[in-house]
Design a protein around this ligand. Structure first.
Ligand code: ATP
Ligand code: MG
Length: 430
């Protein structure tokens, strides 16, 4: 049975030296547990599922408690490789390596000092010790333990300043029957909610920097995602679609079953129609309106509850408040914009952390960047956009695009190479 009850299984049992098999103990904390009752139960269940899936390649032992999980890691596995996988578990707040020690305050202090030093480096740092005494036969109370340890540690690390209310570093100590345990630093997890708990959305995924970050943020707020990409091969290079496939693969690390469905819409016909018949100032607006019409229809068809995109207010002409209003008039779906208030540098930092950035900056243009006029309207109006659209038979073209959409199932560990298989997506998928 994987989900052991903590009553039947002492969480520290396995951190003993077991022959040559020395086990590291990790403590995992949940993310946003402000949820109540049934929702909280569901939250924890989902985090467990994700955790088991993302760490399935390791022979770990799991001990589940109310608001935390203990993981025992055999010596043969590097803790860093486990940490990497934990970083893909949405809903996990933080995790730490727990150290085992004899029940002697001098020894605990001595063993903790190098870890504290590593964390603070040369910076003066607010600090506190937080103790728990599970072994009631231990002669000091938990407060006394904290005080005594603080004293011993401050003597060796004068850069630490006790701050009971707002510590930057906390040494957590637990005295138990069989031994003492402590941990110092925490790795920060994604936080948020486990993906899938909040319903399902459709991410408009370009090969750019922003939309992959928006997709990640949606997942870490609990939304499962499908992605949709509008491709205009052969007007654009197939490498621009390859970028999107590769980005989806990176995003799939966070997804349930490490899998994301990517709907690839052949957009070339609509795209060409717009380039040939729409006045320059409205090309971008109308192109985006067509995408939104298709994405919205697709969302309804597949029961996806919202459209999600990478728009950030004021970033480009199509992202002024007037543009957004005009573009989304044609949407039948709720639209979520995780990045709407983000600055570019904040988005870049997240894209780098996510590892989508190097893919996004590969130099291939997609339909939103190729042949785009120098001076798009920054204050387009709906009635005029509609007037222009009436000149082109877009309904039929949209219908054809929807019919010809291909669904690719992208798995985190399985690369899909389109670019070497043809010049258009159609060719490559035949
Ligand atoms: P990104 O970096 O995500 O491409 P951007 O700042 O370049 O964003 P735009 O090109 O105006 O902005 O696109 C705005 C949003 O529209 C994107 O974030 C994305 O959600 C969606 N989008 C743009 N082009 C496409 C496309 N070809 N397929 C799917 N969605 C797209
Ligand atoms: Mg773009």
């Amino acid at each position: 049975m994987l989900f052991r009850s903590p009553k039947k299984h002492n969480k520290y049992d396995r951190i003993v030296e077991n022959g040559s098999d020395i086990l590291a103990l990790l403590l995992l904390r949940f993310g946003d547990l402000t949820l109540k009752g049934k929702n909280q139960k569901q939250f924890i269940q989902k985090v467990k599922e994700l955790l088991l899936e993302k760490t399935a390649m390791f022979p770990l032992e799991y001990t589940f408690q109310h608001d935390r999980i203990y993981l025992t890691v055999p010596d043969s596995i590097s803790v860093e490789s486990v940490f990497k996988q934990l970083s893909y578990v949405t809903g996990l707040h933080s995790y730490s390596v727990v150290h085992k020690c004899e029940k002697d305050l001098n020894l605990i202090a001595n063993q903790a000092i190098p870890f504290l030093q590593e964390v603070i480096q040369t910076k003066q740092t607010p600090f506190k010790v937080e103790s728990k005494r599970a072994d009631k036969s231990f002669p000091l109370t938990s407060q006394e333990i904290s005080k005594a340890l603080s004293k011993l540690i401050l003597r060796e690390i004068p850069l630490l300043k006790v701050d009971m209310h707002d510590p930057v570093v906390t040494l957590e100590v637990e005295i138990r029957q069989e031994a003492a345990y402590f941990y110092v630093s925490k790795e920060t997890g994604t936080g948020g909610f486990p993906v899938g708990i909040g319903g399902k959305g459709l991410v408009l995924l370009s090969g750019g920097i922003d939309s992959p970050v928006a997709a990640y943020l949606a997942m870490k707020k609990g939304l499962a995602i499908d992605c949709i990409h509008f491709e205009s091969t052969p007007l654009t290079a197939i490498e621009s679609v390859q970028k999107v496939v590769d980005i989806t693969q990176v995003l799939a690390r966070y997804a349930p079953n490490s899998t994301i469905r990517l709907h690839v819409v052949p957009f070339e016909e609509v795209h060409s129609m717009i380039l040939n018949h729409i006045p320059e100032a409205y090309i971008v607006t109308i192109m985006r309106r067509m995408m939104v019409r298709i994405a919205s229809a697709m969302a309804q068809k597949h029961h996806l509850q919202a459209l999600i995109n990478g728009e950030s207010l004021g970033q480009v002409a199509s992202q002024t408040i007037e543009s957004l209003e005009t573009i989304y008039q044609v949407s039948q779906s709720l639209v979520l914009r995780p990045l709407i208030t983000y600055d570019k540098n904040e988005i870049l930092a997240l894209a780098r952390k996510l590892e989508t950035y190097p893919i996004s900056v590969r130099p291939f243009e997609d339909c939103c960047t190729i042949y785009i006029p120098k001076s798009p309207s920054i204050r387009p109006v709906g009635w005029l956009a509609q007037r222009y659209e009436e000149k082109i038979p877009y309904q039929e073209a949209i219908e054809r695009a929807i019919q010809a959409t291909q669904v690719l199932v992208i798995h985190a560990n399985q690369p899909l190479d389109l670019a070497s298989r043809g010049l258009t997506v159609k060719e490559a998928l035949q």
